[in-house]
Structure formats: structure tokens, C-alpha cells
Design a binder for this molecule. Structure first.
Ligand SMILES: Cc1cc2nc3c(=O)[nH]c(=O)nc-3n(C[C@H](O)[C@H](O)[C@H](O)COP(=O)(O)OP(=O)(O)OC[C@H]3O[C@@H](n4cnc5c(N)ncnc54)[C@H](O)[C@@H]3O)c2cc1C
Length: 635
């Protein structure tokens, strides 16, 4: 092929993605009166929101339970207390949580109420109240489907099969994005699509491609590198959430999967099987910590001598010893031969109240939560007949692209919402990610609609014409198609290394070595990485994006280790034996990472506290009217 063909599109605002955040963004833009809008996605049915779930997938919002006496300020403070969280963002997430929640309920997401319509909540992790609710194991899918229906009813254009991979900006202002048309690839055609836009809302989800061990759905990768590469700042990129998950069918093994006390088994390369937790602790401890894993699912450095020891043992067996680890529901763990008296008071009384002090783990699971067995059956795994392979997996990126309280990035006109945005810090209440997909996307749509006149962008003002831009990018891509085909290999090698040295256990020396290696790939990507054909270009683009993101994440991890030590979701191994302690700090900091002279650098910023608002109605009303009349023309 000699050169790429190209197509040119223009919108005032384009939303990238088709998860819960993206659909909500474009839906709000329409409701706020914008007409020159489109949603663009690499695959309508892809992404985390639509394809994942958990035991009881949680949505976090201000509590409206019968006896609850919650307040916006209190919820904002909870989010802010997660460390590294900007107080203004925390306030926006709290203040808008009910509005977004009720929108979903009105669209038909079936959040349970009592007979009078009270949305009773429950307590989730890092939650001082009962702010959590759930529409069942597939809450995020129901949200996405309901929002998608709404978008389709409004006939908002949906551009499918476009893989956005490059941001075009001038003088720190967004001009547009460049996409690969995936539909044309099967005909071996390289078509690039330039979308000129005054505003882009980037909702590409968490950058799961960074790791091998993930519980993100298969096929989901994220695309945060495109923003970091062009100079958008990252916030708290070192902060992730990890936990135990099955890997053939990706699902968190939390809740009853642990509370029924499965046997933890590891198998070495020669097929030799052994129950391994008792190599690390007593039988009694093992059983009680497994029980606690049920509701202390995320790996937590502060629980390294408690329930998170289980994750550490699994990590040791898999990443360090190269074995495979399984949950065996068919047999009881050693220690239960003499009955259940060996259990802690808490575990014993829980199983007793559930009438489950009997039988084998699978029998207890069948009694307490038969749907949990059904779920795996639907994915061709029979827990009554086979063991379930598990690993410690990345589940959520708490950090991400740095945004302000309108979800605008450090590049004017470029917004990031949902998991791509770095609005959380070290801890976050369970369910707050889904709230953030809704609040962030709505805030971005509101800001765009309230502050700018809608207009079609004028590419004749660009310093580089769209045609020239495409020619350069197309030629560069074509030069990376060659005999040698190593993109997949490079990708898997780096993902494996990230899971081994830069996940819940971070070995500082290995992490620094890995960073050097990934940096070399980033700076010499064109010479070092090849794909065999036009059809395989998505792999090339995603590998580059992964490498850029890994470089930024590893820089943040290295700096974070020196400044914060072990904390949140990670334990850091330094030069001496044992883990680095958690450093005590005088202030609440977030870590910013940005590209400077073609290298990522990080620095701390003190986060602003939750604003103590003037809540005098007349003053707020006057400000409100001023904002609505302040629309500016695009340049
Ligand atoms: C197992 C599991 C359980 C979870 N449980 C909970 C929970 O209980 N509560 C909670 O709050 N959160 C939970 N989360 C997190 C939550 O589900 C996600 O953070 C959220 O769904 C992300 O939504 P999103 O819209 O930002 O991204 P996604 O839903 O991932 O959507 C991203 C979209 O972007 C598109 N896209 C990506 N790259 C490109 C590109 N380059 N060009 C064009 N399109 C692109 C994809 O096709 C996709 O449509 C869980 C996550 C997992 C993995």
C-alpha cells in the first residue's frame, strides 16, 4: 500500500467511547441544546461498563435512606479523605450524585426501593454511611444500556468502529482527533478519519492494557496514552485497585466465593498440586483470613498482616514461583476436618446465621448464593467439577488524566470523564467510580454548553492542514508495517513485567529497570516495533498507547515510592528486606505527572480542601445567571 486515504468530519463537540460516561456526556449535550455533536467509539459493545460486574455491583451516592442524615459536605469530605483527591472535585461528585442517580432510575435502571419508594442503602468500603446501592451484579451494564437507549431515541449520531489514537492540539487548545477506521481494515485499506472539534470529551475507560493480570473485560484496553503523549497532565497515576479474580472468565472472587471457605491450591509446572496457604500461616489463620477476604476484597497495604496476606500469598505463588493458583470448592480446606469450631467468632456466627455450617464449599455456596455457581456455569465453568484459576488482578485505575471541577484537562477544550479521569486518590468508596462516570460527563457537558457558543470548527485556521496531518501520520504508520512482527510479543512481555514488579507489590529496583526498558521502546518505537499488515494496525496503535501510559505510570510509581512509601493499594520493596513504611505527611498531596522535554516527570501538589461554600440563595442565583449569559465564541 502506498498511502492512507482519509475522511474529514467536523463537530462542535465529539465524545469518545461508548461506556457509561460517554453515553451520558452526549445525552446531556443534547438535552442542553447542542446539535453539532457525535459519539465515536472503537466498538459499541466494548468497554468495562457494558461487560463487567461483580457480586453486587455498587453505585455510590448521597444517602437518602429513611433514617440517614447525610449532607453534600459530608460526602465530599469522605471522597476528599481518600487522600490526593481535590476538594473541588469531591464536592462536585457529591453535589451531583443524586441528580445523576435519579436520572438513571428514571431511565429505567432498577435500583431497589421499599414499598414507599425509599432508596435504602448499604455500607460499602471506605463509607462511613450507607450510601451504596446496587441494581444487581450488572449495574454498570444496565446503566450503559439505559443511556444508550436514550441516545438512540434522540437520534444522536454514533460513529462506530473508529479507533481514536491521536490528539491534535495547537497552543494548548484542542483542534481535533485522528482515528483509524477499523471497518476498512478487513479490505486491507488504511483509512484515517480526522475529526475537527472545538471540544472533545475523552471517555475511553481505565488503561487496563498496562497489566497482564486484569479483571477488566477482555478486549478493553483504554487509550489514556494519547492524552499524556500530547501533554495532558496525569494525576495520581500510581494509584490502582487490585484484588483476587478468576482469569479464564474474568470476575472478582469476593463475597460468598470467599465466605464459604474454598481450599486454596497451587499447581507447579510438573502438575504437582498442594494446598499452600498453610505454608505461610496456621490453618486457623488461613481460614479466618479467607473468610474476611469476602468483604475486604481490594488489596490494602494496611491489611498486609491481615486479610491482604491472602493476596500476598497468591502473588508469591504465581508471580514469584511461577505456579498456577486455584480455588477448590469441591473440598474443604485443611483444618475443617474436626468441624467448624476452629473458626473465629465472626466467621462462625456468619455461617451459622446463614444455616451454612455444613458440607463442602460448593454445598455451602449452593445454599447461600446459587446464582454465584450459575454465573460460572454460564461461562462453561462448573465449580462443582473443576477448580477455578485465580490471580491478583488490576480492577480500577484510581488515578488518570488530571481534570478540574468541570472535568477539563490541562489542554483547553479537551475533557476526560469516567475512569480515564484521575479523580480519585489512594482510597475510594466502593461504587464511587460509577458515580464519577455520571457526574464527570455531565459536568463536562454543562461547562461546554454554558460557556461557549456552538459552532463548526474551521480547519483553515489550523497550522497544519488536515490533509497534511494525515499524510504524515499515514506514512509513519505504513513504515511500521514490516516483515518482522513483534508488537504482540512486546506488549505481552511488558504487561507481564508490570504485573510482576509494578502492581500491588512494587519492587523498586526492578521497577526502575522496567521503566528504562519501556522508555527505550517509547523513544525508539518506530524502529523497534512492527506489525505484519494494515489489518493489525490496531495492535500497533494500542501497544504504543500502552507504552506511553506505562512510562508515565512507572514514573509516578517511582516518585510515589520515595514520597509516600507503601500505602493504599501497594507495598513497596526497597533495597533492604521488608517493605517501605508509609511516610507520614504534613499535608494532603496529589502527584502530578507530565511530559517535559520528551520525558515524564512528577511533582506533588497540595490538594485544595473541600470548598466551604457560601450558601446564601440570592448570591448563588446571581452567579448562576451570570454563568448562563457568559457564552463566548470559539476561536
Ligand atoms: C470487575 C469489575 C467490577 C467493578 N465493580 C464496580 C463497582 O461495583 N462499582 C463501581 O463504582 N465501579 C466498579 N468497577 C469500575 C467501573 O465499572 C468502571 O470504572 C466504569 O464502568 C468505567 O466506565 P467508563 O465509561 O469510564 O469506561 P468504559 O465503560 O470502559 O468505556 C470505555 C469506552 O471507550 C471506548 N474506547 C476505548 N478506547 C477507544 C479509542 N481509542 N477510540 C474509540 N473508543 C475507545 C470503548 O469501546 C468503550 O466503549 C468495576 C470494574 C471491574 C473491572
Amino acid at each position: 500500500m502506498e498511502k492512507a486515504s482519509y475522511k474529514f468530519l467536523q463537530y462542535d463537540t465529539v465524545v469518545v467511547g461508548s461506556g457509561a460516561a460517554a453515553y451520558n456526556a452526549v445525552d446531556w449535550l443534547y438535552d442542553l441544546g447542542r446539535g453539532s455533536i457525535a459519539l465515536l467509539t472503537e466498538g459499541i459493545r466494548m468497554g468495562t461498563s457494558r461487560n463487567t460486574g461483580s457480586d453486587k455491583q455498587t453505585y455510590y451516592k448521597l444517602s437518602v435512606g429513611f433514617h440517614e442524615n447525610d449532607s453534600v459536605h459530608e460526602m465530599a469530605q469522605t471522597l476528599y479523605d481518600g487522600e490526593g483527591v481535590d476538594g473541588e472535585i469531591a464536592l462536585a461528585e457529591a453535589a451531583n450524585s443524586l441528580r445523576c442517580f435519579y436520572k438513571l432510575a428514571n431511565l429505567g435502571v432498577d435500583f431497589p426501593t421499599d414499598e414507599y419508594g425509599v432508596f435504602t442503602g448499604y455500607k460499602t468500603d471506605h463509607d462511613p454511611r450507607q450510601r451504596a446501592t446496587s441494581a444487581g451484579p450488572l449495574t454498570s451494564r444496565y446503566m450503559t444500556e439505559a443511556l444508550e437507549e436514550s441516545v438512540k431515541r434522540k437520534k444522536i449520531p454514533i460513529l462506530n468502529e473508529l479507533l481514536a489514537f491521536q490528539i491534535y492540539e495547537e497552543d494548548n487548545k484542542i483542534r481535533g482527533i485522528v482515528c483509524l477506521n477499523k471497518e476498512k481494515l478487513s479490505d486491507n485499506q488504511l483509512e484515517l478519519v480526522v475529526v475537527a472539534a472545538n471540544h472533545v470529551i475523552w471517555c475511553t475507560g481505565g488503561p487496563s492494557a498496562c497489566y497482564k493480570n486484569v479483571v477488566y473485560p477482555a478486549g478493553h484496553t483504554g487509550m489514556s496514552g494519547a492524552l499524556l503523549d500530547v501533554g495532558a497532565w496525569g494525576a495520581n497515576l500510581q494509584e490502582w485497585q487490585y484484588g483476587l479474580a478468576s482469569i479464564k472468565f474474568r470476575w472478582n472472587v469476593s463475597g460468598t466465593y470467599q465466605q464459604v471457605l474454598p481450599r486454596y491450591v497451587s499447581i507447579d509446572k510438573d502438575g504437582v498440586e498442594r494446598e499452600f496457604l498453610t505454608d505461610y500461616m496456621s490453618r486457623e489463620e488461613a481460614m479466618n483470613l479467607v473468610f474476611l477476604k469476602g468483604y475486604q476484597w481490594p488489596f490494602d497495604a494496611s491489611k498486609k498482616d491481615a486479610s491482604s496476606r491472602i493476596d500476598l500469598c497468591v502473588y508469591e505463588e504465581t508471580a514469584m514461583k511461577g505456579r498456577k493458583v486455584y480455588l477448590d470448592f469441591m473440598h474443604n480446606p485443611s483444618g475443617l476436618e474436626g468441624g467448624f469450631d476452629i473458626l473465629s467468632e465472626e466467621a462462625h456466627s456468619y455461617l451459622e446465621k446463614s444455616n451454612a455450617l455444613f458440607g463442602t464449599p460448593i454445598e455451602r455456596l449452593n445454599h447461600m448464593n446459587p446464582l454465584a455457581i450459575e454465573l460460572y456455569k454460564n461461562h462453561h465453568i462448573d465449580l462443582g467439577k473443576e477448580m477455578l484459576e485465580i490471580s491478583v488482578c488490576a480492577q480500577h485505575h484510581n488515578g488518570g488524566i488530571q481534570v478540574d471541577a468541570n472535568w477539563e484537562t490541562s489542554i483547553k477544550g479537551l475533557f476526560a470523564a469516567g475512569e480515564a479521569a484521575g479523580t480519585f486518590g489512594v482510597h475510594r468508596p466502593g461504587g464511587s467510580a460509577l458515580n464519577s462516570t455520571q457526574v464527570g460527563s455531565m459536568r463536562a457537558a454543562q461547562y461546554i454548553s454554558f460557556t461557549s457558543e456552538e459552532c463548526i470548527p474551521d480547519p483553515s485556521l489550523w497550522k497544519v492542514s488536515p490533509g497534511k496531518l494525515v499524510e504524515e501520520i499515514g506514512n509513519s504508520l505504513l513504515s511500521m508495517i514490516g516483515e518482522e512482527n513483534n508488537a504482540l510479543e512486546v506488549k505481552e512481555d511488558l504487561q507481564n513485567a508490570m504485573s510482576r514488579v509494578a502492581a500491588q507489590v512494587r519492587n523498586l529496583r526492578d521497577l526502575i529497570d522496567l521503566r528504562g526498558k519501556v522508555e527505550t521502546y517509547r523513544t525508539h518505537f518506530k524502529e523497534m516495533v512492527k506489525v505484519p499488515s494494515v489489518r493489525t494496525l490496531p495492535i500497533l496503535l494500542k501497544t504504543y498507547d500502552m507504552i506511553v501510559t506505562q512510562c508515565a505510570v512507572l514514573e509516578a510509581m517511582e516518585q510515589s515510592a520515595a514520597i509516600f512509601g507503601s500505602r493504599g493499594s501497594c507495598l513497596v520493596k526497597g533495597d533492604s528486606d521488608g517493605y517501605l513504611p508509609t511516610m507520614s505527611l504534613d499535608q494532603n498531596y496529589r502527584l502530578i505527572t507530565k511530559k517535559q522535554e520528551n520525558r515524564f516527570v512528577s511533582f506533588t501538589q497540595v490538594v485544595s480542601p473541600v470548598p466551604q461554600k457560601n450558601d446564601w440563595f440570592e448570591t448563588i442565583w446571581a452567579d448562576h445567571r451570570k454563568l448562563r449569559q457568559s457564552k463566548h465564541k470559539q476561536s
